[in-house]
Write a protein that binds this ligand. Sequence first.
Ligand code: ADP
Ligand code: MG
Length: 376
Amino acid sequence: MSVPRRNSVGSTTDHSGERVKVVVRVRPPNSNETGGAITVAPDNKGIVLYRDQSTIPQSGFEFDKVLREDASQADVFQAAVQPIVEDVLNGYNGTIMAYGQTGAGKTYTLSSIAPDAIGMMPRAASAIFSEIAGDQNNAYTVVMSYIQIYMELLQDLLQPQNNDLQIREGEDGVFVAGVHEVEVKNMEECLHLLQVGDRNRVFAFTALNAHSSRSHAIVMLTIMKRRNAAPQNRALGQKVKVGKLFLVDLAGSERLKKSRSVGLRAHEAVSINLSLTTLGMCINARADPNSTHIPFRDSKLTRLLQESLGGNAKTSLVIAVANALQHVDETLQSLQFGSRAMRVHTQAVVNEHTDFKVINAELVAALDKREDKSHL
Ligand code: ADP
Ligand code: MG
């Protein structure tokens, strides 16, 4: 089905001058790791890194929130997702991105379906549908897509044979041409699609003899909201609000030499990293008030997330880190990335435009009626 795209006409500007919100989530060490690498300040905003007993110079950071090892999925939802879901229901674009080295907890945070640790994606879907169920004044349509980007190829995880989708830019912004969009009516349907997509993702990587931690997985939920007036009371030119929620499970941020990519050819390594490297460059450029060029167009990921990185979107970045001495260098790099992202300002607007589909349907109905009468 086709989804109305954003139309600049009729957008209302949000005046709050927001920036990307950065939440750090610390996961506990596992049985192979030694803890004691991280302390969190009592205000739950400051975080300091240690290598052995000593503080690493310049390793103190401050974020919007630091969630300690014992934080629950509900805590993460409240800190990083809930406010954005509310905005998306009102026609804003919203993005939740998880960044960190492989094994730091990105997928667990975003898409765990374990009953005692339900992740952000199912929680967001659940919050969306419960809000919809309680709103008698509006009618909603929700559509879901699920894609991944690997080596600069964009694959549809719901129709995996489509493995080279193109990003296009229309008058309403950037979109994935031909991506499979499924209308969803409840959280269970979203969960089902998530599982279908995850299975396809595992299958694709097994076939490639590669590791899925090298790809970016992106769930897209589009929510269309219309006033619920009866057709005879509906003003011609009814407005529709369109909010898009992106949940982005980024590829592992560790440098390739540490990962399982032994035997990879040089150009593959470059291409695997390209989207993540470009993401870093876009964040740096966005964070620097003097920069004039943001290299969004240099990778698929940044092209798709263009709006999320300082454009028309409310964005939360979850930095996943492990409290493990073994991973201090990668953790430091992740916190530095998060720290730069704190300086990226966004300008979200409500995406509202005239619903031409409804107008057309009404005009056709009116014409039909007239023709019916002319036969009498
Ligand atoms: P990533 O997607 O960043 O590579 P995962 O989400 O797969 O990492 O997490 C790696 C392992 O750590 C998994 O076994 C996961 O269940 C576990 N894990 C991650 N975060 C937490 C957490 N906050 N609490 C408990 N276990 C966690
Ligand atoms: Mg993962």
